[in-house]
Design a protein around this ligand. Structure first.
Ligand code: ZN
Length: 303
């Protein structure tokens, strides 16, 4: 019985076997290639399967996705822009397996619920700040999937005071303030000389004035978006992951200040916003959860 998890992430393609004792050192990953993405995904999966019969595969994919057809069109994979039948392709590769797919944010939310910071709450929001900004919402203990599978796009919640262009075609979205490209571009405009958000986080830690200001700007925006969503859905726990959201990052103080300023309804004082403990395993862990769930629901394997 071999179970695989696959991540079609914003910057990487990654896969791992889901089994007891398998940890992050067993993740196989490559940067999202300019071309030949399916060939690379296929190689990753076959490498991990190592000739064994695969019984289930769970897939976490960047959006947009179409849940009903299993087709994905993530922005970072150019050749898939017209829609790529990912579920069908994986199914052909492993005909005996049950194959299930969900949005990256849905998988993140499932991972935090099963293994992370939202284990003991029923109503939560899980956010990842990386190349894109995405998330998943859990209400009453159930992850919100949405009509087409794309619910939870916290990155495209509007933030007051911002009007910059967003990759979605709109303006003023959270991603256009707190996504890695926006964050580093803003810092460079102010005279910062670094390149990546990891550099930015390190420079902020070292006291670089512009890097600190960049994280303050992003933290305030994230806090405002969180306050809006918490009020809308009566959320009591929010977990934030990604390279600028590690514990101790300069993101947290402005984030907490914004939440304290804006989340003032009488049911919100218990709202807690915490860093994730799942490092970069969130999507794969969530994909593992849906693989196990789909296997249990599959009539071919149900007893
Ligand atoms: Zn947007």
């Amino acid at each position: 019985m071999t179970i695989l998890a696959l991540e079609i992430g914003a910057t990487r393609l990654a896969a791992i076997e889901i089994a007891d004792g398998v940890g992050s050192d067993r993740v196989q990953e490559i940067p999202v290639p300019r071309q030949g993405a399916w060939g690379k995904v296929r190689e990753l999966l076959l490498h991990i399967a190592a000739g064994r019969e695969v019984t289930a595969v769970g897939i976490a994919s960047s959006g947009p996705i179409d849940m009903s057809s299993g087709v994905v069109a993530p922005a970072q994979v150019q050749e898939w822009q017209a829609g790529f039948p990912l579920v069908e392709s994986v199914q052909k590769l492993f005909p005996a397996a049950s194959v299930a797919m969900a949005l990256d944010g849905v998988c993140l939310s499932l991972a935090e619920r099963h293994f992370g910071a939202t284990r003991e709450v029923m109503d939560s929001l899980s956010i990842q700040l990386s190349e894109t900004v995405f998330g998943g919402v859990m209400v009453g203990g159930f992850v919100v999937v949405g009509r087409t599978g794309n619910a939870g796009q916290i990155g495209h919640v509007l933030v007051p005071g911002h009007d910059g262009p967003c990759g979605c075609g709109g303006r003023g979205c959270l991603e256009s303030v707190a996504g890695a490209p926006a964050l580093t571009a803003w810092a460079r405009q102010q005279g910062w000389g670094g390149d990546t958000v990891a550099d930015l986080a390190a420079d902020a830690q070292a006291g670089d004035r512009i890097a600190v200001a960049a994280l303050e700007r992003a933290g305030a925006a994230v806090g405002r978006a969180i306050a809006s969503v918490a009020a809308l859905l009566d959320i009591d726990r929010v977990v934030v992951s990604g390279p600028i959201a590690t514990a101790g990052s300069g993101l947290w103080k402005p984030l907490h200040s914004a939440v304290a300023m804006h989340a003032r309804l009488p049911f919100l004082p218990g709202l807690r916003v915490v860093p994730s403990e799942l490092a970069d395993l969130g999507l794969l862990a969530g994909a593992g959860v849906i693989a196990l769930t789909s296997q249990n629901e599959d009539p071919r394997t149900a007893q």
